[in-house]
Design a protein. Sequence first.
Length: 91
Amino acid sequence: MSSQASADDIRKVVNRLKRARGQLTAVIDAMETDADCRDVVLQLAAVGKAIDRAGFAVISTALRTCVTEGEDADDDAPSMQELEKLFLTLA
């Protein structure tokens, strides 16, 4: 994340990603133990949602920074056009 993100924003995203990692490990374990396919699909869906939410949180933080800082944003900050493209990548 950017240097503009607060420690709390970063912590929340990292927690989501760690949760997704745990869910993915559960999917792998389920596949290796020949678990019911419905359970595997539900876990995969949960992993996907957790990763998507982490991505949206990253973009949301960047958008908030752009909106609150406006013209004072540094040169490394993504443009609104770049943020829109990133957002649509996750959609």
